[in-house]
Design a binder for this molecule. Structure first.
Ligand SMILES: *Cc1c(COP(=O)(O)O)cnc(C)c1O
Length: 230
């Protein structure tokens, strides 16, 4: 369940987030079009998503396959231009649904998932979401992601062994750390790997991420309001 928030408030929040993105891009000498805003609608219902669409937002992020599968097929049918990103962990038994549903998967974080994605993409006859590798920049034991020291080898292996093209890298810095060094590390790895997209920055740190090269920011609560704890 989401806390209730009005369509007017969602539109105002989106306008504010876009203005902040514009300022951050300008400050970093980047164009607005260099950064896509992913509106993270997890825990919020289809009505909240509709309000964001009405305010011009077409790119959304969800962290659970099942929740996205219950909300988005109907929204997509009504709004053909929608783009949907998976930003949460992907269990191997949900790979088939995820490949069918998402345009971009940000959380390729282990060999077994690379193998499962490769199989499913081949089985589905080429329908392939764009893939980002999640890097555990803080090397937190409880957090998903490839260790920074293993990222380059993993990306090569995705390509050479599993035939998967990796388009980007994603990170979630440790909550208590300054995010900037994590964003800088992710960018360095992307340059080394020859990977274009950088998915980094959330409600509290997306401006820093933009100045450090983010090409996608994942913003939830600054648009849809606070989530109830789950
Ligand atoms: C929920 C979530 C976000 C959005 O977080 P906010 O702080 O609400 O902006 C971004 N990225 C990931 C991976 C998330 O799970």
């Amino acid at each position: 369940m989401s806390l209730s928030i009005s369509a007017t408030q969602i539109a105002a929040n989106l306008k504010d987030v876009r203005a902040r993105l514009h300022q951050a891009a300008k400050y970093a000498n980047r164009r607005d079009t260099d950064v896509s805003l992913i509106a993270v609608s997890k825990t919020h219902d289809a009505e909240a998503v509709e309000a964001a669409i009405a305010a011009g937002q077409l790119v959304f992020g969800e962290n659970r396959v099942q929740e996205a599968a219950s909300k988005f097929p109907a929204l997509r049918a009504a709004h053909p231009g929608l783009e949907l990103h998976l930003i949460g962990p992907l269990q191997s038994n949900k790979v088939k649904d995820a490949v069918a549903l998402f345009d971009v998967i940000h959380t390729l974080d282990r060999k077994s998932l690379a193998e499962a994605l490769s199989k499913e993409i081949n089985r589905a006859g080429g329908k392939a979401p764009r893939l980002f590798v999640q890097v555990n920049t803080g090397e937190e034991p409880q957090k998903a992601g490839i260790a920074p020291t293993e990222a380059l080898a993993f990306i090569s292996r995705c390509r050479d062994h599993w035939g998967l093209h990796v388009d980007g890298l994603m990170c979630i810095p440790p909550v208590d750390d300054e995010p900037a060094p994590h964003f800088a590390l992710l960018r360095k790895l992307a340059v080394q790997a020859g990977v274009k997209e950088l998915s980094m920055g959330m409600s509290h740190d997306f401006e820093i991420a933009v100045t450090l090269g983010a090409t996608l920011v994942r913003v939830g609560s600054a648009i849809f309001g606070a989530r109830e704890p789950v």
